[in-house]
Unconditional design. Structure first.
Length: 436
């Protein structure tokens, strides 16, 4: 396939702006992103690339798509989301444990029916595409067919996705429980079927400590030993009542994280959603084991879970990604999620510069998922997943962004005001995603 160029304002991160400052990002007001065979060939200033004689002499001849009044950024990376909760987003009036009982479990029971799972998976992926999210770490339900339906739909769209079947052998309705042995066997079969197939990867997915016996958590640890490059995806220290329940269920453990560590579940491919209420020693263990916390601001606000101490975790050296946590999260939009992450910091007397939020939603997310060798920015050779943002998608956005003098201001306004309406197009491996 021939080269194609995309001419637009282009912004991407090369490192964490919290650490590397202005060396951490590149912005080309009149930029060109060159793509061939689904991969990035080059990114830079339009005139420089077009006139450069050396490496890019064939660039001048490539077909160019004109997005000159738009902004291109790397595809967003959502490090924690539940596809089966698509149809129950915005369920009123409960904190975590009641919310699970009243809304979540009944909704997830519907996924015993694979045709229902297929229908929701398609609509979920449409929603991700509509919002510019090109990679996500995704919960299924306890039913293996929920994961088959999801991976089939993602494979058809050539998406880079990570997902897994929920492990849940207690403290849940009968029709949503597996057993330690069954969960192990079903997960193993899923890993063998899906992990590493095209762009798909598997995550061993115990829901959270209260719904798994020690035996089941140990079996999850065994899977990680047997398949060292699969992920571990679960919840951690989200809500005070949940934490108290974990202490009752696992009296021998020092704290919530210790429950997981005891079964060998920490590590560089382990992603723990929330981590709102963590002691210093848990932060140290997360950092020492290179584990990841997915910060889910809209969910933490919606369920009244608490304020995520981003700066404290960063000071401990904990790797952090950003997640929507739909359906407890209230938006599929990572732009909205960045805006809410800013507000969560504001409520703690901290701040979150827009470029740092963009980093968390792109390259930082890729690093959190150990996928920065293939996604997260526009370095040559990376997979060409990107979003085209329309700064004038609504009358208010148009008038407000027209006032912005720097790309930081523009980006911050997008995080505050924009959502799926600002996503003009989403590209997967250099091709425009089709969704309805
Ligand atoms: N903890 C256990 N299950 C869930 C879930 O589905 N959503 C959230 N936000 N927290 C959980
Ligand atoms: Zn969740």
């Amino acid at each position: 396939m021939g080269k194609r160029g995309f001419r637009a304002a282009i912004l991407h991160c090369l490192a964490d702006p919290a650490v590397a400052g202005d060396a951490a990002w590149e912005y080309f007001a009149d930029g060109l992103l060159v793509v061939a065979d689904g991969k990035v060939v080059a990114v830079g200033d339009y005139t420089d690339l077009m006139s450069s004689k050396s490496a890019s002499n064939s660039i001048a001849a490539c077909a160019v798509v004109d997005y000159r009044d738009k902004l291109i950024v790397p595809g967003f990376i959502d490090t924690h989301i539940h596809y089966p909760q698509t149809d129950m987003i915005g369920a009123y009036g409960a904190q975590l444990l009641d919310w699970l009982e009243s809304y979540t479990f009944p909704e997830e029971a519907k996924f015993a029916d694979e045709s229902h799972a297929r229908d929701v998976a398609e609509r979920f992926l449409n929603e991700l595409m509509r919002n510019g999210t090109t990679t996500a770490l995704v919960f299924g339900t306890v039913h293996p067919q929920s994961v088959d339906a999801f991976f089939q739909a993602a494979q058809q769209r050539q998406l880079r996705m990570i997902a897994g079947k929920v492990l849940m052998d207690r403290n849940a309705p009968e029709n949503l429980r597996d057993t330690a042995e069954q969960g192990y066997t079903e997960s193993k079969a899923q890993i063998q079927r899906w992990h590493g197939k095209d762009r798909l990867l598997y995550a061993v997915t115990p829901r959270f400590a209260p719904t798994s016996s020690r035996e089941q958590l140990d079996k999850a640890g065994e899977l990680l030993q047997e398949f060292p490059d699969v992920y571990l995806h679960t919840h951690l220290a989200e809500n005070e009542a949940e934490i108290a329940w974990v202490a009752e269920l696992f009296p021998e453990s020092e704290n919530y994280l210790d429950v997981y560590e005891h079964s060998g579940l920490l590590g560089q491919r382990s992603v723990f959603a929330h981590g709102v209420h963590l002691c210093d020693s848990s932060c140290e263990r997360l950092a020492a084991t290179n584990s990841v916390v997915a910060h889910c601001p809209t969910s933490n606000l919606f369920l009244g879970s608490g304020l995520f101490p981003l700066r404290r975790l960063q000071q401990h050296g904990v790797r952090v990604g950003l997640g929507t946590d739909v359906g407890a999260g209230t938006s599929f939009s990572m732009l909205q999620t960045m805006g809410e992450a800013y507000k969560v910091q504001q409520l703690q007397g901290e701040s979150l510069p827009a470029l740092e939020a963009l980093y968390l939603a792109t390259l930082g997310g890729a690093k959190a998922l150990s996928l920065d060798h293939c996604i997260g920015n526009f370095k040559a050779g990376k997979e060409a997943d990107f979003v085209v943002l329309d700064l004038a998608a609504t009358p208010l956005l148009a008038s407000r962004t027209a006032q912005c003098r720097t790309i930081q201001e523009t980006l911050f306004v997008l995080n505050t005001l924009a959502d799926d309406r600002a996503v003009a197009a989403t590209y997967i491996l250099g091709e425009q995603a089709q969704f309805n």
